[in-house]
Each structure stands twice: as C-alpha cells, then as structure tokens.
Ligand binder design. Structure first.
Ligand code: ARG
Ligand code: MN
Ligand code: MN
Ligand code: MN
Length: 308
C-alpha cells in the first residue's frame, strides 16, 4: 500500500503554541522525503495558531464554551476533503497534526468513504467533551463528542459509540467517564496494554466491534499523549502511567493491516528541552518509519471500490 502523509498544521483546538509547527518540521526531515510508496501533502489551514482570539462561539443562536470554533471547523473541512480524496485513491492517509481537534475533519472524511469503519482511540484522554461539559474550552478535548452527535446542533452523528474503543485513557471529566460507562465503551488501561496480552486484546476488540463476524476496517486515532510521559514529553497535556512505545509498536503491527488510515496528533516540541527534544524527535522518526514500512509491506485488504 501507498502511504500519504497529510500535514495538518493546526493548534487552535488547544491553548499552547507548538502543535502547528510539527508538520513543517516533519516535512523537512531527509528520512520522510517522497519516494515509491510515500507522498506528502500539507493542508493549507488559514489560521494555524492557538493565539486566535477565542470566539466563545455563538452557533445556531446558542452561546457555548468551546474556543476557536469557526477556525476549527473551517480547517477541518479542508482536512475532511483531503482525507476523503486520499482514501478514494486507496492510499493510506496518515494525518500528522496538529492538535486532536483534527479528528473532526479526518474522521468525517473517513466516514464519507467507509461509513461503518470502526475507530481505535489511543489517548490519555477520552476527548468526548461537549460545549457544555468542556472545562477548558479546548476543542481538542471534544472530537469524540462532536463526531458522536453530542453537540446540541449536530444533526447527523457520523460515529456510533458502539464503534469506538479506547486505549491508554487515564484522565477525564466526570461527564466523559459517565458516557463511557453508560455506553459500555470498552477501554484498555495502560496496565492491561502489555505486549504479551496482545492476542487477548485483539480477540476482545474483534468480539466487540464485529459481533456478527463481518469485518470492516479500522481508523486509528493516535494522540501521542497516550504514551507515558517518561517515554515521550513533547506534548501539551502529558500524563504519566501511560502506554509504552513497545506496546504501541505491537499495537500498530497488529492493527495497521486492518486499518485504512490514522491520525497522529499532539506532537509539540516546544514542550520539552535539549536532549529530551532530540530523543522525542528520534521517537517520532522511529514510529513513523515503522508505520510507513508496515503500510508499504502490505497488499490491499480494503479497497474503496469493492467495499460492501
Ligand atoms: N479533558 C481535557 C479538556 O477537555 C483535556 C483534553 C486533552 N485532549 C487532548 N487531545 N490532548 O480540556
Ligand atoms: Mn461531511
Ligand atoms: Mn490526549
Ligand atoms: Mn486526544
């Protein structure tokens, strides 16, 4: 398969500077240059910065708590189109952000092509806040809420909560945890995410996602803060007690062949210093090269035109 990296230099879904710089950094690296099986595209977001005056948006006549909403939606619209057209070429989009508000765009694009695709959300956070529950106003804490129709003005949810599983979560608002519990969304805690237990994890993911045995593809929404802070620090809302890189590699090995695309979000090199930043840059290189290689080695499994 062919990997297509969509750089998404957008930071307006949270309050720090830095995530918007990561795709530019990536595209300059010699090891990522376009070649057989790999192409790169930068999404032109008109307002990448987190310093946009928070607009405390008024939408459909309601005043809500989320910030930069019009900017998020405007940029996500472009990402939705780019993700969709990548999938229609049967290329594998790796959407490299940017903050996790990008999930609104990428997963809408996914759902335009694969309406019943399942989502594996790897993150320290549940990211299912709504305009009413968000404590910070940061939309990167809300993409699951938006996609699953919990925003009061979203008429057509694109993601059923039955089609979602979490890995590595360890930080949430009470409303989010309630949602996970009420909807019986499975979540694997870091301490359960052991390489030796991967067969068991895969079996229980499949039992939940495909109760009738018919498989459809996954989308992996990977927030780097799902990884333990001691292994990776260049991210805006770090949490300890997270996943190991070792587990992530196993996870990617097992689930990439069953997936049609992924997000790779929340990389912020302004959050670390000196040698740690260099170490974290090496980690991103290692992970991305591993991902690209796995995609390249694989034949087509899901092809949009023969998709049921
Ligand atoms: N739950 C917190 C909030 O809503 C933090 C969300 C962090 N999300 C992320 N994608 N890093 O503000
Ligand atoms: Mn749409
Ligand atoms: Mn997170
Ligand atoms: Mn996230």
């Amino acid at each position: 398969r062919h990997a297509h990296i969509l750089g998404y230099p957008f930071a307006g879904g949270q309050g720090r500077q830095g995530p918007e710089l990561s795709p530019g950094w990536l595209f300059e690296q010699p090891w990522i240059q376009p070649r057989d099986g790999l192409t790169l595209e930068m999404i032109d977001v008109s307002n990448p910065s987190s310093n946009i005056t928070p607009d405390k948006s008024i939408v459909h006549g309601h005043r809500f708590g989320q910030k930069n909403w019009n900017n998020v939606l405007h940029s996500c619209q472009k990402l939705e189109e780019a993700t969709e057209s990548t999938l229609l070429k049967d290329h594998f989009p790796i959407v490299f952000g940017g903050d996790h508000s990008q999930g609104i765009g990428s997963i809408n694009g996914l759902k335009n092509v694969y309406p019943d695709a399942r989502v594996l959300w790897v993150d320290a956070h549940i990211d299912a806040n709504t305009p009413l529950s968000t404590p910070s106003g940061n939309v990167h804490g809300c993409p699951v809420g938006y996609l699953s129709g919990l925003f009061p003005y979203v008429k057509k949810p694109v993601l059923s909560l039955k089609h979602l599983i979490y890995f590595g979560i360890r930080s949430w608002e009470p409303e989010e945890k309630q949602l996970v519990d009420d909807n019986q969304i499975p979540w694997f805690r870091s301490e359960d995410c052991l390489v030796e237990r991967m067969d068991e994890i895969k079996a229980s993911v499949e039992a939940h996602m495909f109760p009738d045995g018919v498989k459809v593809p996954y989308w992996i929404s990977f927030d780097i803060d799902g990884v333990d802070y001691h292994e990776f620090q260049s991210t805006g809302t770090p949490e300890s007690l997270g996943l190991t890189i070792k587990f992530m590699l196993k996870f990617l090995e097992v689930f990439l062949p069953e997936s049609v695309g992924m997000d790779f979000t929340e990389v912020n090199f302004l959050m670390s210093q000196g040698e740690q930043t260099e170490k974290d840059k090496e980690t991103i290189k290692f992970l991305l090269e591993y991902i690209i290689d796995k995609i390249h080695q694989q034949d087509f499994k899901y092809n949009h035109s023969n998709y049921p």
